[in-house]
Design a protein around this ligand. Sequence first.
Ligand code: AMP
Ligand code: GLY
Length: 427
Amino acid sequence: MNILLLGSGGREHALAWKIKQSNFCQNLYIAPGNAGTDLVGKNIGISVNDFETQKAFCLTHQINMIVVGPEEPLVKGIFDFYKNDEALNNIIVIAPSAKAAQLEGSKSFSKHFMQRHQIPTAAYKEFTKENFEEGKEYIQKHSLPIVLKADGLAAGKGVIICTNTNEALKAFDEMIVHQQFGEASAKVVIEQFLQGIEVSVFVLTNGKDYQIIGHAKDYKRIGEGETGLNTGGMGCVTPVPFMDTLFMQKVEEKIIKPTIDGLYKEQLSYHGFLFFGLMNVQGEPYVIEYNCRMGDPETEVVMPRLKNDLVELFVAMEKNNLQNIAIKYNEGFFATIMAVSGGYPGDYKKNILISQVANVLIDKESIIFHAGTKKDNDNIVTNGGRVLAVTSQGLSIADAVNKSKQTLQTISFEGMYYRKDIGFEFV
Ligand code: AMP
Ligand code: GLY
């Protein structure tokens, strides 16, 4: 098969690395990719949202399958674009329809969906400028902390957790009246704060059958001990010790099955990854959010742990055969640590030379997945806030984390920073 993968982060390098190992994969192209994906397949300079140029490429290069990394093309309707075009509709598109992608694209849609299907989630109400005054009263009477969420996609910045009422009123005003996130915050979901430990669970589904392909714990804050500003993710570990059989049974019965049944009943066409962002509240799982894609940096541990041929899973999913495949995992524990640019998640410099990583993908102990990197003649330079994800396998979480830390000591770029405490609760 000729496969086109869309995206340019660490998630896409990990997906490319996994896809390239498949017996089903002949040529792999990544649009637009990064310096790491170009070591695995061939980068092509097409943006993830430029469906028309992608179409021309698919036709000239006999593409059989498209795998979509990030959420934007999903919400913009890439699945429907291919399925509604006679020249393209035999290409397998690993994505949900635009309607189903609203599970990620609209917090309001996903909350209503969960309510319709009795899926445990935080209590909530939603507001627009029409019932703004009612919203203010709701905030004043609400317990603290309180969570405000812009309805639409806001590049990961649309969730604000407030510990006092005035702060919440101000944030609410910013979102609705001053349109802090544009159209995305014309509607705001206000919800109860859930106290617990977060975990990400990943499923592959055709909207009828599903397989769990992994889970991971993500470390989102910039500082050690989970302090400081929120980031896109500073590291991950898998498997997570509290994800035992009993908890996983609850996740499947109370969350995954009702979600897939809900997709089926509502005829929401789905052919891809579904990411359940969960909170473990004293042993009970609640949905914090749905995403219609893999997580980043979760993918950088989930793909190395997954033993199955990923493309074989995609094909089985399309042939309604997913239930007949047994998911297998590699032994041990996996950790990834993100090396980020100095200043991230605030302003940072780009185009900084990265030493020791020129053509390295697999070090002795670790796999180096590129995130924000690009080629500059024969060099590799930084091209984003999150630059490299260094993944290792170990006999324990501590062992895997230590191997990644050792590998990170051999890499450097000006301003490079990484957290040394990934997995700290489990060591
Ligand atoms: P989201 O954009 O929905 O992923 O939210 C970003 C982050 O905010 C989540 O990963 C959680 O850490 C946190 N969060 C969101 N909703 C809640 C909630 N109801 N209770 C506690 N934390 C939350
Ligand atoms: N690591 C969280 C996400 O990908 O949304």
